[in-house]
Write a protein that binds this ligand. Structure first.
Ligand SMILES: *[C@@H]1O[C@H](CO)[C@@H](O)[C@H](O)[C@H]1NC(C)=O
Ligand SMILES: *[C@@H]1O[C@H](CO)[C@@H](O)[C@H](O)[C@H]1NC(C)=O
Ligand SMILES: *[C@@H]1O[C@H](CO)[C@@H](O)[C@H](O)[C@H]1NC(C)=O
Ligand SMILES: *[C@@H]1O[C@H](CO)[C@@H](O)[C@H](O)[C@H]1NC(C)=O
Ligand SMILES: *[C@@H]1O[C@H](CO)[C@@H](O)[C@H](O)[C@H]1NC(C)=O
Ligand SMILES: *[C@@H]1O[C@H](CO)[C@@H](O)[C@H](O)[C@H]1NC(C)=O
Length: 268
């Protein structure tokens, strides 16, 4: 990279001197390099355009240094004087010039993937100075939100594979247990399990808060219907006990009736 930088710097100096010599008075207006930084948040699977901010009509050299996290950096450059476009180590076909670099030095990423998180630096040599703009790109992934009854009877609100991780809030607040599970590709699944035991709560609402947008889901608890509070096996036992009691009563009543009938017969 350093050798490339040296070559580029020499180019800039040569170009600058030729440029300024051809335009009298411009030499004095050469200023110190200007630096800018910005954070850029982009949605996964969309198209992102990174502008190279200074007025491009006077830029005679534009260099993009593309450094996605966990990948070797690549550079794309365009020289206006000889209309030469070059690239080094650029293998990702989703990253390219937005249109024609001789007209517009903007870079485009289409479509944005989770691996495009990283640093994108644009350097411009123009008649009135050198400019650098660094973008810190962060890819956002909206989580998939679901609300359901778990196998253990808790109500589960899940925000799956979001980036960054989502936050879960309940209305009304319950007896909750929340866990975060990183999925390895930068996304995180957040799951919150709640109970509202011993309280008069019929409807609960799960709110998922995320930079890509918030989501609300409601769930109606089937309280008041007593049978749902017993597992099937318990219900069977209750039925069995009731049925047995019924049988005992029936036999007793029958026995008494039979005895009475016998008594009658005897008395007759
Ligand atoms: C290009 O990539 C190779 C490894 O993939 C690395 O060794 C080299 O330094 C890179 N060159 C530049 C200019 O980034
Ligand atoms: C760059 O130049 C092109 C054509 O010369 C023009 O259409 C475009 O608006 C310019 N972009 C900026 C950022 O000045
Ligand atoms: C620069 O080169 C490209 C092709 O490499 C060409 O399409 C374009 O017209 C050229 N621009 C100028 C201003 O010569
Ligand atoms: C991240 O990984 C999880 C689990 O493998 C997967 O379900 C999800 O779709 C991935 N997300 C992206 C944006 O690649
Ligand atoms: C619970 O929600 C149902 C519909 O989902 C609604 O009919 C009922 O009135 C709600 N109950 C309360 C206490 O908000
Ligand atoms: C969920 O319930 C809240 C009040 O508890 C209500 O404002 C909202 O409209 C409900 N949402 C849906 C999708 O039913």
């Amino acid at each position: 990279i350093s050798t490339l930088r040296v070559v580029i710097s020499i180019n800039i100096i040569i170009s600058a001197s030729t440029h300024s010599s051809s335009v009298k008075g411009k030499e004095r207006s050469l200023t110190l390099p200007a630096e800018a930084k910005s954070s850029l948040f982009v949605l996964v699977d969309t198209k992102a355009v990174l502008l190279c901010p200074p007025d491009n009509s006077t830029a005679f050299l534009v260099i993009w240094t593309i450094s996605p996290r966990d990948q070797p950096p690549c550079t794309r450059a365009h020289r206006r004087d000889n209309n030469e476009t070059s690239e080094r180590n650029c293998t990702d076909e989703r990253i390219s010039w937005e249109s024609r670099p001789d007209q517009n030095p903007a870079l485009q990423i289409d479509p944005v993937a989770i691996t495009h998180d990283g640093c994108y630096r644009c350097e411009v040599a123009a008649a009135d100075g050198l400019f650098g703009h660094t973008y810190y790109l962060r890819v956002l992934v909206p989580p998939k939100v679901t609300l359901f009854r778990g196998s253990d009877g808790t109500i589960v609100c899940r925000a799956a594979a979001g980036k960054p991780s989502a936050q879960i809030f309940w209305t009304p607040e319950g007896d909750c247990h929340t866990e975060e599970e990183p999925l390895g590709n930068g996304t995180v699944t957040v799951e919150s399990k709640c109970r509202w035991e011993g309280r008069q709560v019929s409807n609960v609402s799960c709110s998922v808060s995320h930079v890509t947008g918030n989501k609300n889901l409601n769930f109606t608890l089937n309280q008041g219907v007593i049978t749902l509070e017993f597992p099937a096996s318990d219900l069977l036992i209750i039925l069995y006990v009731k049925f047995s009691l019924f049988l005992v009563i029936l036999v007793t009543v029958g026995f008494i009736y039979f005895k009475k009938a016998n008594d009658c017969r005897i008395s007759l």
